[in-house]
Design a protein around this ligand. Structure first.
Ligand code: GLU
Length: 424
């Protein structure tokens, strides 16, 4: 293979839309699913591309491009976040919407999968501009979303405040208060207690189960976390509170590593002020990507897709990889990790806590009756532990990796619904 071919074939270029199609095919083959069903599931039902204009602070007008993909609504309305990121593209949003279908299936929520994205860098926008982008996007997609149609939520670089603006825009368009159109809202306008921590909390429940199966516990387990956004940062805090040693963290600016354990309070404080790379320079990792290859008990990719690829899979030394991010591992890397005996808790299980508490939020909105944080967390724990055990048992039965087993559970549910509705 020439250098150029090698470069072109690097799995960094893997298209997430192809990844999810491969994942579906793999599990469908084991289940012996009918071809018609696989063909339907390999594509989203609807993708909307919008261009909307926003007045910027300097008086200029900028056109933003965004997408909303709705994969499959056999089981219920579609559900999934909206991300604001410069690299958003249609294939990525399609793939993310498909992962949502299978995520909701693993944890048995009455939803199909959706996802949205706007191509923008929110860090370069003023608060007013961010609000106008958020409202502009919601206005552009308002026809196809709604509490019984498609329910967005936060994702990469989107926040409860953004959900609040979007809910307000939708409610104004409809002329009635519609908190159930979006989840991850601020508490005062119908958000759920525990939603903000839910992705990380759910992920920690799955890690605790995996360690228990290995005859280990959280106490003193070493952890590396790639990505210090909502999921990564809260996972670090929850794991540290349970006795884990957080030895490495990174964000888009760089990575920190201290085998003795990082001072998490300081890292968190820096994240909120001058940036994590102002931490003691002795603990800066020269190459931030090396965070994935550290010798740790638990590796948590909590940033973006395609970070564990065929290029670095054989160098991964963690015992457990818990995917807080969506799509961090490519199919080729999956095979390598499975052969190496590394347990990958797949995204559609590991990070399903977020959408699970989103579901609780939506239920509370529809009932207009709100639960205590203890109640939310207890229900979340039940869902995560139960789902983990189901995936674990099926993987053992079929001698597959956890991702394939998780897909098998979901595919069975979605297929049953499609048949019950007479689609096939
Ligand atoms: N964006 C999150 C995810 O990828 C949450 C989705 C939701 O709560 O609907 O699972």
């Amino acid at each position: 293979m020439t250098m150029l071919q090698e470069e072109l074939e690097t799995t960094e270029n893997v298209n997430p839309y192809q990844t999810v199609q491969t994942q579906i095919e793999t599990a469908a083959a084991i289940l012996g699913l009918e071809r018609d069903i696989v063909e339907i599931l390999k594509r989203p039902k609807r993708v909307l591309c919008v261009n909307f204009s926003v007045k910027m602070d300097d008086g200029s007008v900028r056109v933003f491009e965004g997408f909303r993909s709705q994969h499959n609504d056999a089981i219920g309305p579609t559900k999934g976040g909206i991300r604001f990121h410069p690299d958003v593209n249609m294939d990525e949003v399609k793939a993310l919407s498909m992962w949502m279908t299978f995520k909701c299936g693993v944890v048995n929520l009455p939803y199909g999968g959706g996802k949205g994205g706007v191509i923008c860098d929110p860090h370069t926008l003023s608060k007013g501009e961010l609000e106008r982008v958020s409202r502009g996007f919601m206005e552009a997609i308002a026809d196809i979303v709604g509490p019984e149609k498609d329910i967005p939520a936060p994702d990469v670089y989107t926040t409860p405040q953004i959900m609040g603006w979007m809910m307000d825009t939708f409610s104004r368009i409809k002329g009635s208060f519609s908190p159930g159109v979006i989840t991850g809202k601020p508490l005062i306008v119908g958000g759920s207690k525990g939603r903000n921590e839910a992705t990380a909390r759910g992920c920690v429940f799955t890690i605790a189960e995996a360690l228990k199966d290995a005859g280990k516990q959280l106490q003193n387990a070493t952890v590396a976390i790639q990505g210090f956004g909502n999921a990564g940062r809260i996972a670090a805090t929850l794991l540290a509170a349970q006795g884990c040693k957080i030895v490495a963290v990174s964000d888009s600016k760089g990575a920190l590593y201290n085998p003795q354990g990082l001072d998490l309070a300081q890292v968190t404080q820096l994240k909120d002020t001058t940036g994590i790379m102002n931490y003691d320079a002795r603990y800066h990792l020269q190459n931030p990507q090396d965070i994935l290859e550290l010798d740790v008990d638990i590796l948590i990719p909590a940033a973006l897709e395609n970070v564990i690829t065929r290029k670095n899979a054989d160098k991964i030394k963690a015992r457990i990889v818990a995917e807080a991010a969506n799509g961090p591992t490519t199919p080729e890397a999956d095979k390598v990790l499975f052969q190496k005996g590394i347990l990958v808790i797949p995204d559609i299980l590991a990070n399903a806590g977020g959408v699970t508490v989103s579901y609780f939020e939506w239920v509370q909105n529809l009932m207009n009756y709100y639960w205590s944080e203890e109640e939310v967390n207890q229900k979340l724990r039940d869902v995560m532990v139960h789902s983990y055990r189901a995936v674990h048992d099926l993987a053992a039965e079929y001698k597959t990796d956890f991702r394939t087993a998780a897909y098998m559970i979901s595919l069975k549910r979605v297929t049953e619904a499609m048949k019950a509705r007479g689609w096939v």
